[in-house]
Design a protein around this ligand. Structure first.
Ligand SMILES: Nc1ncnc2c1ncn2[C@@H]1O[C@H](COP(=O)(O)OP(=O)(O)OP(=O)(O)O)[C@@H](O)[C@H]1O
Ligand SMILES: [Mg+2]
Length: 223
């Protein structure tokens, strides 16, 4: 078995902003191993979401390389990149990013339908666990923040990725739902050997994950 699902090598990211260049991080190296759970912590604005988007192949680094298995992601043609994003990864976005013209059920099934991992029994189980059955016919715009977050979680889990990236997945949830969601993520991690990367500001959440990475002063260190 390969030693990693995703590996990022010597990654730097620089944004050109109105007030000049903004260098978020330089020479970051992380190996995301199979079946392993990671917390990514760091102060607000330090670049955690950007790093997650780079590791998941959504955003291009300013320099460095991103490997999905042995494939150098940014040297692939666009169709191969899309295939890897769709099949190997799923993301729970900080802003949820539900598709406004699809109802809750269609949102949940979306990625699994496109990547052929659709499994109605499995999805039903997720929906019941997240207690969102009564929302299935609703439109995203009519949901509360916490409800949207749970739908985004269901969508990512339904896609059965090799690696699941979760950007503050419990940020809008109360304590009871936070525990439920973290339990589900850890359960998926163990049951299906899905690698898990969770951005969190919560020490309690970070302590439940196997490896803790901190982004600070433009570098990532193991805590
Ligand atoms: N496309 C962009 N263009 C310019 N600047 C950007 C862009 N995306 C992010 N930034 C800036 O990069 C910095 C890091 O943003 P990012 O969202 O990665 O931080 P974060 O660590 O996830 O913060 P939080 O904990 O608040 O979610 C911020 O100052 C942000 O304004
Ligand atoms: Mg963020």
């Amino acid at each position: 078995m390969q030693d990693h699902i995703v590996k990022i090598k010597n990654i730097s990211k620089l944004f050109i902003t109105k007030s000049g260049p903004l260098e978020l991080f330089t020479d970051v190296n992380i190996t995301f191993s199979p079946s392993t759970s990671y917390a990514l912590i760091g102060e607000s604005g330090v670049g955690k979401s950007t790093l997650l988007h780079i590791a998941s192949g959504l955003e291009k680094p300013s320099s460095g390389e991103v490997f999905f298995g042995d494939k150098n992601f940014w040297s692939l043609k666009a169709s191969s990149q899309s295939f890897l994003r769709l099949n190997d990864t799923a993301i729970i976005f900080q802003q949820y990013n539900l598709i406004p013209c699809l109802n809750v059920k269609e949102n949940i099934e979306f990625q699994s339908r496109v990547n052929n991992s659709y499994n109605s029994e499995y999805i039903e189980e997720i929906i019941e666990d997240l207690q969102i059955t009564r929302l299935l016919g609703e439109w995203p715009e009519s949901l509360s923040g916490g409800e949207q977050q749970r739908v985004a979680i269901a969508r990512a889990l339904a896609a059965q990725p090799k690696i699941l990236f979760a950007d503050e997945p419990t940020g809008s949830l109360d304590e009871k739902n936070s525990k439920l969601v973290l339990g589900m993520l850890l359960n998926i991690n163990k049951k299906y050997n899905t690698s898990l990367v969770v951005i969190t500001h919560s020490q309690a959440v970070a302590s439940k994950l196997e490896v803790c990475l901190e982004l600070k002063s433009k570098k990532v260190s193991y805590r």
